[in-house]
Design a protein around this ligand. Structure first.
Ligand code: IPM
Ligand code: MG
Length: 369
């Protein structure tokens, strides 16, 4: 069992610090009960970092991230910083750390817990038992392509432009992560593109085809992104793993998130390429944002962050047993009827962020007894 691995905590803005506090509880529990020790340091990111240092991604944060075995982040952003110049807005901190750490593979599972199937806006039989994985390319495409900007034209009007770029090695490496994920699941991979319009994604599709020979047990299909958005709400269970570009993945993952009833439930992992020593840069974060509307009220759902921590154990430290234990605890708590406001239904017990965190720890106690 790994000991003294280095974790960097980046609570960030809004409800970030509140939900991260609950993860601390789970880590302390593991510390006490299962003799796993992490060296945890805390850093600044986002608007809070800007307020203290003038940058949404201070140099020390990036350095600490690069020297850690895994990073766990809360959330960034909020109305307070929306009027700042574009290049110091909180989101620049998040995009910067993804790019600088080379976190090209963003895993966004969308799983419907049985206890929450009724909370989805879709019909029960459409979402019950849903378990899909969206793999979003995270360091290329429209988000990072050059040229980009807004220009003044001689006639006084303005022209804005961004560029969708991918190279074949970039597509190949995300493709290989996707095939590997599918191999551990239901062996079906759907690559989402817009090959009827965008040349970049014609190349994307050809590249996916060019590597499929290395994965003979995986069934590869292709779908245009507009159709994929429709199919996600029409019949989401047709999918197992979906792989797509940065921009399309941003949109489809929010769409998939809502199938599960609440953004407050969804964890994510962003992974880079392993170095020579086998260490893989990794950042874990809940998919929900900073939720400024409920910040400071103690009512945010900490489960997405706790489940992100479970992904951290699974993907960075190969601690599947402990990850399973946390996932099971979350499921049991929900089965038992505890709900934060975002997933509240009639007849259930509405609890605070803190009570939900404590309940997870109590459940871990029971499971480990
Ligand atoms: C996400 C978010 C970010 C993104 C924003 C906050 C920059 O929407 O992680 O999906 O667009 O990638
Ligand atoms: Mg998004």
């Amino acid at each position: 069992m790994p000991a003294n691995k280095k974790l960097l905590f980046l609570p960030g803005d809004g409800i970030g610090p509140e939900v991260m506090t609950e993860v601390r509880r789970v880590i302390d529990w593991m510390d006490r009960r299962r003799s796993v020790t992490f060296d945890i340091t805390e850093g600044l990111i986002g608007g809070t970092a800007y307020d203290e240092t003038g940058s949404p991604l201070p140099e020390e944060t990036l350095e600490a991230a690069q020297n850690s075995d895994a990073v766990l982040m809360g959330a960034v952003g909020g109305p307070k910083w929306e009027t700042l110049p574009f290049d110091v807005q909180p989101e620049r901190g998040l995009l910067g750390i993804r790019k600088e750490m080379g976190l090209f593979a963003n895993l966004r599972p969308a799983i419907v817990f049985d206890a929450l199937a009724e909370a989805s806006t879709l019909k029960l039989d459409i979402v019950k038992g849903l378990d899909i994985m969206i793999l979003r390319e995270l360091t290329g495409g429209l988000y990072f392509g050059d040229p980009r900007g807004v220009e003044e034209l001689p006639d006084g009007t303005r022209k804005g432009y961004n560029t969708m770029t991918y190279t074949t090695p970039e597509v190949e490496r995300i493709g290989r992560v996707a095939f590997d994920l599918a191999a551990k699941r239901d062996k079906r991979l759907c690559s989402v593109d817009k090959a009827n319009v965008l040349e970049t994604t014609v190349m994307w599709r050809e590249t996916m085809e060019s590597i499929k020979g290395d994965y003979p047990d995986i069934e590869l299909s292709h779908m245009y992104v507009d159709n994929a958005a429709m199919q996600l709400v029409r019949n989401p269970k047709q999918f197992d793993v979906m792989v797509t570009t940065n921009m399309f993945g941003d949109i489809l993952s929010d769409c998939a998130a809502m199938l599960t009833g609440s953004l407050g439930m969804l964890p994510s992992a962003s992974l880079g390429a392993p170095d020579e020593s086998g260490r893989r840069p990794a950042l874990y974060e809940p998919v929900h944002g900073s939720a400024p509307d409920i910040t400071g009220q103690g009512i945010a759902n900490p489960l997405a962050t706790i489940l992100s921590y479970s992904m951290l154990l699974r993907y960075s430290f190969d601690m599947a047993e402990d990850a399973d234990l946390i996932d099971q605890a979350a499921q049991n708590i929900l089965d038992g009827g505890l709900r934060t406001a975002d997933i509240m239904e009639e007849g259930k017990a509405k609890v605070s962020t803190q009570v939900m965190g404590e309940a997870i720890v109590n459940e871990l106690d029971k499971l480990a007894a």
